[in-house]
Design a protein around this ligand. Structure first.
Ligand code: ADP
Ligand code: MG
Length: 253
């Protein structure tokens, strides 16, 4: 078995007296699409935010490709290979889609964030590599037709795909997707499922939080189930579907 790209060990997070995550452990391997599910308030968003560095962990370890990152600030975790998307769009409405994707690469770069898009004098080899990667991402995410369109003028579904493209522009080892299917209609969800598989096939592990069980059951290699901040089950989709504790947690919601 390959080494995990992300290892979460005994992670806990309290807000005052509220224990939002309790002693949570799981691993994400390079070829995983790991689903994180659970009823409302079970700690899914807190888990993603603690992994990303928005919240400081109360206890536990976060190991990214062998490096302990639990005390590092958010941007350093991104630079080390842990990228994430947000539940709501965080875009510059006056930027074009192509510029916005290039901006996603800035955290790992030394030169001007947009020098790969605008010709500021001579492009460096690094700029050329970023520009080529942005073109790949435009194709991968289906955003090529709106590459020149301002982000404020594209559909909300396209904005969701754009946020995934931005996260990938940082060349992560693992990407955290926070409810990527929210607001998508059936054919867009299907396209999202295809994209998530393609991301994994390109060598980027995926951790996805999602309410849409159909999508989770279809694309995930493994699923971790949270209830009241604790892991109550972990396994393949078919195991989770038939797990009594999981059925009870959802029926009791
Ligand atoms: P989920 O994403 O699974 O719906 P959350 O992670 O948002 O759950 O919330 C888990 C628990 O932590 C809930 O009881 C919620 O009220 C609490 N919580 C989340 N964020 C905060 C915060 N910033 N301050 C206080 N309590 C919070
Ligand atoms: Mg949430």
């Amino acid at each position: 078995m390959t080494a995990p790209v992300l290892e979460v060990k005994g992670l806990s997070k309290s807000f005052g007296g509220v224990k939002a995550i309790r002693d949570l452990s799981f691993q994400v391997h390079p070829h995983d699409i790991l689903g994180l599910i659970g009823p409302n308030g079970s700690g899914k968003s807190t888990t993603v935010n603690t992994l990303a560095g928005v919240h400081a962990a109360s206890a536990g370890e976060i190991v990214l490709d062998g490096a302990h990152v639990q005390t590092l600030p958010e941007y350093e975790r991104v630079a080390l290979g842990l990228a994430r998307t947000f539940q709501t769009a965080r875009l510059f409405p006056e930027f074009t889609v192509r510029e916005q994707i290039a901006l996603g690469a800035q955290v790992t770069r030394r030169s001007h964030p947009l020098s790969s898009v605008f010709a500021f004098g001579r492009r460096s080899a690094e700029d050329e590599a970023v520009a080529a990667h942005v073109e790949e991402l435009l194709d991968m995410t289906g955003l090529r037709p709106v590459a020149e369109t301002k982000t404020g003028a594209i559909s909300s579904a396209q904005q969701r795909f754009l946020m995934i493209a931005m996260a990938l522009a940082a060349r992560p080892k693992v990407v955290l997707l926070d409810e990527p299917a929210a607001g998508l209609v059936a054919h867009e969800r299907k396209e999202l499922g295809r994209l998530i598989r393609e991301i994994r096939d390109s060598g980027v592990a995926v951790l996805v939080i999602e309410h849409h069980m159909g999508l989770i059951m279809e694309i995930c290699t493994r699923i971790v189930v949270l209830n009241f901040g604790a892991k109550i089950a972990e396994g393949a989709p078919e195991e989770i579907r038939n797990d009594k504790a999981v059925i009870d947690a959802y029926l009791g919601e």
